[in-house]
Structures are given as C-alpha cells and as structure tokens.
Design a protein. Structure first.
Length: 80
C-alpha cells in the first residue's frame, strides 16, 4: 500500500513495478542458491549465502536511505 500511496498519479504503474521488483528478487535468489549448490558448497551453504545477500541488501538500503533523505528546510521569518 505504501508504494501505491506514494505514487498517487500512477498507482497501476507503481503496483506493476513493485511486483516486478519482487519477481526479480526471487529470480536472483534462485540463481544465487543454484550457483552455491553448483559450486559444490552443499545445501547448508545456501542458507549462509541467503543471509549474506540479505545483509548486503540491508546495508545498501540503509546507506542509500541515509544519503537520499532531504535535509530539513529552515523556516524563514519576517520576509513579509
């Protein structure tokens, strides 16, 4: 719902992009897990690779969120 409310002008496009991003994440996760198994690291290593991918995504999200937040504007008084 946050995606649709943030894009009030085009809610269908926002919903489609959200679903597409979810499906892309599923595909990347499946490819990562398959690569770990194919490399011969075994099934338990898939969990570790998933945890590493989630940790990397969290670090990227927090880093980008901190960098893209607008700074608060100062209130101008006495201009009128």
């Amino acid at each position: 719902m946050r995606v649709v409310s943030a894009a009030a002008a085009a809610p269908n496009l926002a919903s489609a992009m959200n679903i597409g991003a979810f499906n892309l994440g599923n595909a990347i996760g499946a490819a990562l897990g398959g690569g770990v198994i194919d490399a011969g690291l075994g099934f338990p290593a898939v969990s570790l690779a998933g945890a590493a991918a989630a940790g990397t995504a969290l670090a990227l999200m927090l880093g980008l969120r901190r960098r893209t937040q607008p700074s608060p504007l100062a209130t101008v008084r006495g201009c009128l």
